[in-house]
Design a protein around this ligand. Sequence first.
Ligand SMILES: Cc1cc2nc3c(=O)[nH]c(=O)nc-3n(C[C@H](O)[C@H](O)[C@H](O)COP(=O)(O)O)c2cc1C
Length: 312
Amino acid sequence: MTFWQRLAKNKKPFLVLAPMEDVTDVVFRQVIEKIAPPDVFFTEFTNIEAILHQETSRLVYKKTKIPTVAQIWGVNPESFYKVAQLISDMGFLGIDINMGCPQRPELKIGACAALINNHTLVSEIIDAVKKGTKLPVSVKTRIGVKNIQTEEWIGFLLTQKLDALTVHGRTVKEMSSVPARWDEIKKVIKINTTSTVIVGNGDVKGVQDASYRAQETGVDGVMIGRGVLENPWCFSDHISTREEKINLLKRHLELWQETWGDKKNFSVLKKYFKIYIRDFEGASEMRTKLMENKSIVETRSFFLISELKQPR
Ligand SMILES: Cc1cc2nc3c(=O)[nH]c(=O)nc-3n(C[C@H](O)[C@H](O)[C@H](O)COP(=O)(O)O)c2cc1C
């Protein structure tokens, strides 16, 4: 039994942290694991050719109890095969193929969401990954390119003997501009006569919301992306305090320095200020001050200085 099947059997819905570029790196995953973990983590999407050229910072893995899935993208089945072999020994418990990213550079080379209209290549890629690994293989995708193609496209994917399939309920053209179509995700459950585990994705902000969507549609799991950017505790019912939020950013800074040092651009780190420092009195002023910092060392000393200034 794969971890996907175990989760589908034991917890309805199980919850998944969505893959998000420049967000769900190993540091963020460690931070979230400590406070309110989901049932599955995904990495950021990672290009297969970059992996073959040893650029693997996106696939840094630290031991965790939460099954973590490496998400990869590309076009060449042979490279997919080699990468699947490499990933098999890194600690990840699954490999996911991105067939949903709507960004132009990826589409231009026929990768990610451009695969939606290339069934032959999709079969070759899935077969290549399966040949390269014993880990469960999954796909994350959208419901169509210009129009809704649920029956045709998702129906096709369901013939590919995938272990899991995440469906983001929007077309490529829709980007994020319309509410996610959970009625289409419900349709996926109706047409699925296979053992592929189905994860629904789109606009879910927290646990309650996820339960409601699962009851309504019958999905096995629910994936949350932007919800965690608004509330890092979204995989629980916890209502966080100002102190907890600030401490979380401090923890992130500490782990970031330990993990990346100056290997990653500081501008990427700045994104997290907005994730943690929000929704409390004075948050906006604090964020403005934080944004003036130019390095991790400066940012960490910002907090040390503010602590020294606190009356005792
Ligand atoms: C900042 C950001 C980065 C993303 N990067 C990825 C990615 O690397 N791979 C992927 O499959 N989807 C990516 N997505 C899409 C999300 O995984 C998810 O499908 C989408 O945000 C819809 O879910 P939500 O409404 O819960 O946010 C990204 C989304 C955001 C907001």
